[in-house]
Design a protein around this ligand. Structure first.
Ligand code: TYD
Length: 204
């Protein structure tokens, strides 16, 4: 049995990740592949409890970063790795790059400390491919407003915050070019889906 692939989806809130995760899931199933959908924060029972705290409770950025990695440790060990080992592909709405974008880029938390925490928690484990949905904060905000539901603690941040998050994501993509696939989230859903299909074609 060949090991499955781990694909993550990143970008500022409102970039349109869900539509594309749905499309890739369908495409992979058509190839007879088992697909496991997941998300961060969350993805496991413990992770979902941590998610509630992260989205609703005020805390320091250090506490927040530790909680994101605590949930991630549980996610990788109990869900992602077992799925990959049985040959399933895991599609995760966000993973470790989000911590570099939001906590380091957006909130100024130390990148060295985040790297140390990542090395300690993940021991080199990383996605096979990361799709980054790049979009201006203005467009993302408009899209978020047409979406129903209340904003969480992160979505209430200002434009400068989202600019910094976007820049940090683009910097991550540049430094990890071998696994990043950056798409223009302003393109049509069909065009973006085609780029993503092409990105995974080498494994099918
Ligand atoms: P998400 O589930 O994408 O929010 P929504 O359900 O509203 O689409 O993610 C929740 C928020 O958590 C999002 O604003 C990004 C933030 N986040 C971080 O700040 N750091 C992280 O490491 C992760 C995974 C998410």
């Amino acid at each position: 049995m060949t090991r499955g692939r781990f694909i993550t989806f990143e970008g500022i809130d409102g970039a349109g990740k869900t539509t594309q995760i749905d499309a890739l899931e369908k495409h992979l199933r058509e190839h007879g592949i088992e697909v496991v959908r997941s998300r961060e924060p969350g993805g496991t029972p413990v992770g979902e409890k941590i998610r509630e705290m992260l989205l609703n409770d005020e805390m320091t950025v250090r506490t927040e970063t530790l909680l994101f990695f605590a949930g991630r440790a549980e996610h990788v060990e109990t869900k992602i790795k077992p799925a990959l080992e049985r040959g399933a592909w895991v599609l995760s709405d966000r993973f470790a790059d989000a911590t570099y974008a939001y906590q380091v880029g957006g909130k100024g938390f130390s990148s060295e400390e985040t790297e140390a925490l990542e090395a300690w928690t993940l021991k080199g484990f990383a996605p096979d491919m990361t799709v980054l949905f790049d979009l201006s904060p203005e467009t993302a905000e408009k899209r978020r407003h047409v979406r129903a539901g209340e904003e969480d603690r992160f979505e209430r941040e200002n434009k400068a915050f989202f600019e910094a998050v976007r820049a940090a994501y683009l910097d991550r993509a540049e430094r990890n070019a071998e696994r990043f696939l950056t798409v223009n989230a302003g393109d049509t859903p069909e065009a973006i889906a085609a780029v993503i299909k092409e990105g995974v074609a080498r494994w099918l």
